[in-house]
Design a protein around this ligand. Structure first.
Ligand code: ARG
Length: 476
């Protein structure tokens, strides 16, 4: 095996037989191993591989395919292997092309003839699919917990934001003032759909492929349902070909993670804007910003930028796998080994991004004066003026035109909007009061709207949603 930095330390000279040595006269070429090994990345699945082997060997004994003595010898070898892998003292050899091969080799070294029975009725095709499903269940649940961690930060900042308001934008043009809490929770609700999606993916992928064998099942009296339940799966496969060739769940996981990344990217983009001198809506804590190697005055929002920038990579991981799957004939093909690296990468990157953004937002300082000064531009209340006319019987389209004309006049320098409104016989001084700073946001009273009463209710609804999601992620 050629050595690259990610590769496990091989013991070098030792090289056990390949799993297929009986059929082959010659051993594997160095180039073949270098190109086809998956050990450098599938090592991560070792605990799932051990769990799968334990369940398999117990199933073999329950079905009297092996004796209880043989089962216990293999289980004890699996215990030793586990201890070595978790202590980092496990020795890989050159012919360990993947984690499945490495574990089986070691178990056979430790338990001899009994170990040689471990792979009875099993193929690496159902084995690697089992391992990856177990991993994906665990990893997506962990990501969901981290998503909730970010939601809790948004909730906390929203609950403490009080009546602070800022411009709400459409087309990145100031549209109407909104409470800061409302803005923060908009991202929070998007993330709660992510949690829901991750949990739905976990529920759908909760199917054991173990017992499908290479593709067609077995002549031995295996008990796939028994091993499924032993491994904590909710269900067992219905079709052995589908069981070993299905990677829909990896594609779904990659989509879920890419969409989380897209949500984080949108948050990131706003924080890049908010922390710019032009906006000045927020300042980053020193611990969550970077400086410049050359420009002494700089304080840069690198976390927010990478939350935006790394999203391309997560979308790439999804599209890459979809292309790999497209056109593959049934059942297992080695192409399917390409399922793991994108999944691991997306899980790792989203986990890092969630932690970094949560810390960045938790520690940042908002600048209400800047937000409110931007929101208090007089024309921000234009819609309130039109709605004021509507409440007094003017058709909305006419009201829109009346106010639009006054906006045009104020932009042409004919006076402040408040003056023009006060002097207009359809509007007058009562209406002009709507243009005063801080008034407009209080008028967004509809359910789910951006004003104080509606947002107070929303905060409690969001808190309840987060609590219930926590219970769904980790049912007690
Ligand atoms: N390492 C492979 C994978 O991750 C599993 C091995 C199956 N290989 C085989 N030749 N049947 O997909």
């Amino acid at each position: 095996m050629t050595s690259t930095p990610e590769q496990p330390s091989a013991t070098g000279a030792e090289s056990a037989k390949t799993l297929w040595h009986g059929r082959f006269e010659g051993g594997p070429a160095a180039e073949l191993l270098a190109y086809t090994v998956s050990l450098p990345f599938d090592q991560r699945l070792w605990s799932e591989d051990i769990a799968g082997s334990r369940a398999h060997v117990r199933g073999l004994a329950r079905q009297s395919i092996i004796s209880d003595i043989e089962r216990d010898a293999v289980l004890s070898a699996l215990d030793t292997t586990t201890a070595e892998l978790s202590a980092g003292t496990f020795h890989y050899v050159d012919s360990d092309e993947d984690i499945h091969t490495a574990v089986e080799r070691r178990v056979t070294e430790l338990s001899g003839a009994a170990g040689a029975k471990l792979h009875t009725g099993r193929s690496r095709n159902d084995q690697c699919a089992t391992d990856l499903r177990l991993y994906t269940k665990r990893a997506l649940r962990d990501v969901a917990r981290r998503v909730v961690g970010l939601q809790q930060v948004l909730l906390d900042r929203a609950a403490r934001a009080g009546d602070v308001y800022l411009p709400g934008y459409t087309h990145l043009q100031r549209a109407q003032p909104i409470l800061l809490a409302h803005h923060l929770l908009a991202h929070g609700w998007a993330l709660s759909r992510d949690v829901d999606r991750l949990l739905a993916t976990i529920e759908r992928l909760d199917v054991s492929p173990l017992g499908a064998g290479a593709l067609a099942g077995s002549s031995l009296p295996l008990d796939p349902l028994g091993t499924a339940l032993d491994l904590g799966f909710a269900r067992v496969f219905e079709n052995s070909l589908d069981a070993v060739s299905d990677r829909d769940y990896v594609a779904e996981a990659l989509f879920d993670l890419a969409l989380v990344a897209i949500h984080l990217s949108r948050i990131g983009e706003e924080w890049v804007l908010w922390t710019s001198e032009e906006f000045g809506f927020a300042r980053l804590d020193d611990g969550y910003a970077t400086g410049s190697s050359m420009l002494p005055q700089k304080k840069n929002p690198d976390i927010a930028e990478l939350a935006r920038g790394k999203t391309g990579r997560l979308i790439g991981n999804l599209t890459g796998l979809l292309v790999t799957l497209k056109g593959l004939p049934l059942a297992y093909n080695r192409d399917l080994q390409e399922d793991k690296e994108p999944l691991f990468d997306s899980v790792d990157q989203i986990s890092l991004a969630l932690g970094a953004l949560a810390g960045m937002i938790a520690t940042a300082t908002f600048v209400p004066q800047r937000m409110q000064a931007a929101a208090d531009s007089e024309t921000g209340a234009a819609t309130d003026l039109a709605e004021w006319l509507v409440q007094r019987g003017t058709p909305f389209r006419d009201a829109h035109a009346v106010v639009g004309k006054l906006v045009r006049q104020t932009l042409a320098g004919e006076g402040s909007l408040a003056q023009l409104v006060a002097g207009d016989d359809r509007l007058g001084p009562d209406a002009a009061a709507l243009v005063a700073p801080g008034v407009s946001v209080t008028r967004r009273t509809t359910p789910g709207g951006a004003g104080p009463q509606a947002v107070a209710i929303q905060i409690e609804r969001f808190r309840a949603q987060v609590d219930s999601d926590l219970g769904r992620i980790d049912p007690s």
